[in-house]
Ligand binder design. Structure first.
Ligand SMILES: [Zn+2]
Length: 65
């Protein structure tokens, strides 16, 4: 069990998905859609959250390869 602070995970532009790491509440357009206000990356918000949680846990995300 790895403790992960899940706060803001779905508001952070995910570097592992080509994002810039920018954190803003405005990144979260809706419950389902994420769009970074800094670099314009768009993604499914749940996927962004999961990606960032995995990063914080020190695990690699390989499902886009
Ligand atoms: Zn970004």
């Amino acid at each position: 069990m790895i403790p992960v602070d899940a706060r803001n995970t779905s508001r952070t532009c995910p570097p592992s998905a080509g994002g810039c790491g920018h954190l803003s509440a405005d990144n979260r357009l809706t419950q389902a859609r994420f769009q970074c206000t800094a670099c314009g990356l768009t993604a499914n918000a749940d996927h962004v959250g999961a990606t960032n949680v995995l990063n914080r846990a020190g695990l690699a995300l390989c499902d886009v390869a």
